[in-house]
Design a protein around this ligand. Structure first.
Ligand code: ZN
Length: 312
């Protein structure tokens, strides 16, 4: 259902998704199980080796492999790509649920118990340590002992940074507060394409509202929430990736991180609509007039559950 919308855009994703639903019994709108996720992941690669690839791009704090799912035809050529990660903050379990429904398959690399771990979304090399962070390792906003001190942040930095010119979008999925955040988290910095980011973000919020009537606020962190520094979104924008957004999914705080199961489906549906708006914009801007061959020109990279920190 979600993927019929994206047929013209992410063709390969839709093919994979449709076929998976038939092959594997899996309810994407229940709190998922890691073992089944992994099975689905392996099954996807078996079934569609020409479309789906598992890319190992780093290791976690616990030395477990971090993988991502690459969806796209392997043409042997360097292509443009969309980055999407979900689950950088483990307790925001609705975020990976969204990536699972987006990809219709998923994988899980690690699930740690947290105790004094670094907040990865304060650990990137983007005005690191300058706004609303803690240098106390027991605090929720502990930004690490230095920029990119954490292996999970290193892995993203290395993987994305090595081909940053190929990325059109960098979408990082979090919860909660129903917001679409644009760079930058530090109030003293403004993105060079701030107007574009806001405009596209508002379009995405409109798309979200049209699905289940939920209002998502669009703006920079300091404008709509609070300042921060060292986020992956800010880092990605500073690398030159033009369209970088942080999705803060439902809800408003009634349930907070423990979003009830019956809200998974509507949350994913509306978030998909918002993400699709951004991806479509990026696509059209980059490949105007090349729709027919777009599938061979780009791919999607979904990094799910990259860490196990339990921080916000
Ligand atoms: Zn988060």
């Amino acid at each position: 259902m979600l993927f019929s919308v994206g047929l013209s855009l992410v063709v390969l994703l839709s093919v994979v998704g449709a076929a998976t639903v038939e092959r594997v019994e899996y309810d994407y709108y229940k709190i998922p199980s890691n073992a089944r996720d992994h099975r689905l992941m392996v099954q996807a690669v078996k079934d569609y080796p020409e479309v789906v690839t598992i890319v190992e791009y780093g290791q976690t704090y616990e030395k477990r492999t971090i993988s991502l799912l690459k969806i796209g035809v392997n043409t042997g050529e360097q292509k443009k790509a969309i980055w999407m990660d979900c689950g950088i903050h483990a307790r925001e379990w609705i975020a990976p649920a969204f990536c699972r429904t987006l990809s219709k398959r998923s994988f899980k690399t690690t699930q740690l118990d947290c105790g004094g771990r670094t907040d990865l979304n304060r650990n990137f090399n983007a005005n690191w340590g300058t706004a609303r962070v803690s240098f106390e390792c027991c605090d929720n906003t502990f930004c690490g002992i230095k920029p990119v001190s954490e292996p999970e942040a290193q892995a993203v930095t290395y993987f994305v940074g090595n081909r940053k010119e190929d990325f059109l979008c960098f979408l990082t999925i979090h919860s909660y507060s129903k917001m679409l955040l644009v760079p930058f988290g530090h109030p003293n910095f403004i993105a060079s394409n701030y107007d574009e980011l806001k405009k596209v973000g508002r379009g995405a919020a409109d798309a979200i509202r049209s699905v289940h009537g939920k209002d998502y606020t669009v703006g920079t962190s300091p404008d709509v929430m609070y300042a921060n520094s060292g986020s992956s979104q800010d880092w990605a924008r500073m690398q030159g990736i033009p369209l970088t957004y942080t999705f803060e999914l439902r809800d408003d705080g009634t349930f907070g991180f423990e979003l009830p199961q019956d809200q998974i489906q509507p949350t994913c549906e509306e978030a998909y609509s918002g993400a699709l708006h951004i991806i479509t914009y990026a696509h059209d801007k980059t490949f105007s007039g090349a729709t027919a061959t777009a599938a061979t020109l780009w791919s999607m990279l979904l990094a799910l559950g990259v860490t196990g920190t339990t921080l916000m």
